[in-house]
Design a protein around this ligand. Structure first.
Ligand code: ADP
Ligand code: MG
Length: 393
């Protein structure tokens, strides 16, 4: 089947079933994921689900997300009506709950009920799962797989956890597979009796036993032995989750601001996605300078103000007209001129980074910094219009 290229984010959303929104922390991933969902529900119709990770409290409340849990809730149609929009489809939202996600995995992969209960009751279980490197990342991908394969939604958009490194997310399923094959796990699960027996003679373990209590090492060994009984299930599942990331029905959206560090990270991420054959559909440049201050008139005004500030006769005249002292007028004009010049410098840098970044993906969407934080459906929809290219630039 020939694939038509996607010319806008709206086309991309229409063509895909899973959208992974990623990028550096604080660039607006959560906001963009929610706005894409709202936009898709309004314009494309169908059932759209946004799986969000760390929404600001006010945004969560606006979307009807209460406490944590794996529950999926529908944004009430009245909320769209209140925002003055007719919504053709349904917008559903859920919050990622890593702990509930792990419990779910254990329930799925445990060979029997007794083992399941033993793992869930193991004193180390909660502690350890909370500390697994990339635990959030893996569970996020796992939930994406789950929600998509439920067949309940036409489109699943997933916000991603604030990782130290966005690559952690892409590598999470692979790491899960590796973990089961690792020497660490093999070592931990050597029949613990024999290991404890040989270890027991070593001074370190004698001290450890005295300090930690004799069940401590046993608990660790038991936990990993139980865990290993689920190896086959976990590994097969991680492989499925991994395949999802290169699936034709999946697309990645990288969110970045036009500041130096996030822009660099976004280029790197785009490159890594390509290397892994994970389809990058679009780059969203968020929180850009509004169009009004990007125009060349701003630079001209800045120069003109500087000239006026340097012209003694004009300054004196303005001072007389305003009732201020000439020195004050000169200072104010100079400062305003400097501010405008700073803005033009930033605009120049933004334009360069924008040009560089827009070659990295088939679609680039630009969203200016909105007048307020994005905490309600109305503002989300407004942001969504920028995303689909229908907002003023
Ligand atoms: N275009 C924008 N204009 C104004 N505020 C924004 C914009 N995009 C995001 N924000 C605000 O920035 C903050 C961080 O956004 P968020 O989506 O939580 O980032 P991330 O998920 O990448 O950490 C939030 O308070 C959000 O409301
Ligand atoms: Mg976030």
């Amino acid at each position: 089947m020939a694939r038509t290229p996607n010319h806008s984010l709206a086309d991309l959303l229409a063509a895909k079933e899973m959208v992974v929104v990623c990028g550096s922390g604080g660039t607006g991933k959560t906001t963009v994921a929610a706005a894409l969902g709202a936009q898709a529900a309004v314009n494309l119709g169908g059932r759209v689900l946004v799986l969000t990770v760390d929404p600001a409290r006010r945004l969560a409340t606006a979307l009807g997300l209460g406490s944590f849990g794996n529950d999926v809730v529908r944004v009430p149609p009245e909320a769209f009506a209140d925002a003055g929009v007719e919504c053709r489809g349904e917008l559903w939202v859920a919050m990622l709950d890593t702990k509930a996600g792990w419990d779910e995995l254990i329930r799925r992969h445990a060979p029997d009920a007794a083992l399941r209960d033993q793992v869930l009751a193991n004193p180390l279980y909660r502690n350890i799962t909370g500390r697994f490197v990339n635990s959030h990342d893996y569970i996020a991908m796992e939930r994406l797989h789950d929600l998509h394969s439920s067949g309940d939604y036409d489109l699943v958009i997933i916000d991603t956890p604030p990782s130290r490194n966005a690559l952690d997310l892409l590598d999470a399923p692979g790491r899960m597979k590796e973990f089961f094959g690792s020497r660490l796990l093999k070592w931990l699960t050597v029949p613990y009796r024999s290991r404890l027996f040989t270890m027991a003679s070593k001074p370190f373990y004698q001290v450890a036993d005295r300090v930690l209590g004799s069940r401590f090492l046993q608990d660790i060994a038991e936990f990993f032995i139980l865990f290993q009984t689920m190896e086959a299930g976990f590994v097969a599942r991680a492989a499925q989750v991994e395949r999802l990331l290169t699936d034709d029905r999946t697309t990645f959206v990288v969110v970045s601001t036009l500041e130096a560090a996030p822009a660099r990270e976004a280029r790197f991420l785009a490159e890594e996605l390509r290397r892994r054959r994970m389809p990058l559909g679009a780059i969203v440049l968020n929180r850009t300078l509004p169009a009004a201050v990007r125009q060349s008139a701003v630079a001209k005004a800045s120069t003109a103000l500087r000239d006026v500030a340097a012209d003694t006769a004009q300054v004196r005249e303005l001072a007389k007209a305003s009732g201020a002292k000439p020195a004050e007028v000169k200072r104010v004009l100079g400062e305003v001129a400097d501010r405008f010049r700073d803005v033009t410098v930033v605009a120049g840098r933004e334009a360069e980074r924008r040009a560089e970044l827009s070659t990295a993906a088939p679609v680039t969407a630009v969203v200016p910094t909105m007048a307020t934080d994005v905490h309600d459906l109305g503002t989300l929809l407004e942001l969504g219009r920028h995303l689909s290219g229908n907002g003023s630039r």
